[in-house]
Design a protein around this ligand. Sequence first.
Ligand SMILES: CC(C)(COP(=O)(O)OP(=O)(O)OC[C@H]1O[C@@H](n2cnc3c(N)ncnc32)[C@H](O)[C@@H]1OP(=O)(O)O)[C@@H](O)C(=O)NCCC(=O)NCCS
Length: 146
Amino acid sequence: MADLRILRADGDALFRDWRHVHNTIIPTHALSLEDVRERSTRNVLDVAYAGDALVGCMTVRAPEGDDATVTVIARVLPGHRRQGYGTRLYGQGLEQARALGAGAIETVVLESNHEGLLFARAQGFVEVERYLLDGDTIPYITLRLP
Ligand SMILES: CC(C)(COP(=O)(O)OP(=O)(O)OC[C@H]1O[C@@H](n2cnc3c(N)ncnc32)[C@H](O)[C@@H]1OP(=O)(O)O)[C@@H](O)C(=O)NCCC(=O)NCCS
């Protein structure tokens, strides 16, 4: 496995790469560059590279609710999967979540992302909720670490 570099997205060049990975994997909810800039004010956004190749991105949301739930979402481009990058990204996301004071950890997977569901279950997550966003046809699944 090539060395994985995980960078905090803090400017337009990295926001563009983050957006490319997000929109490739979640085409049902494509974001504009302006959307990504706005998200970066609320969430921690990271971008992952293997050598010079863009391979993935991650979102760690700010703690929410009484139990300070932090949502961690790792994404790896289809051509780079099953090489351990998702596990590395997710491990960094968990560290960030703990640093934010997380009382619980959740993740969100589009129902059609079968690999995402298998990955999340392999990490020990269990499904807690399914929901449809306005205008969407494929539900999101919320999973939580017990
Ligand atoms: C989920 C995702 C990030 C995994 O990335 P990845 O780099 O392929 O993950 P890893 O190589 O670290 O896989 C770790 C383990 O997850 C499980 N897994 C991942 N993809 C799998 C698949 N297609 N089939 C079966 N098991 C799978 C396996 O247990 C795997 O370990 P193994 O390869 O030793 O068998 C990637 O598939 C993705 O971006 N999916 C869409 C986005 C998403 O749904 N993200 C939410 C999850 S946090």
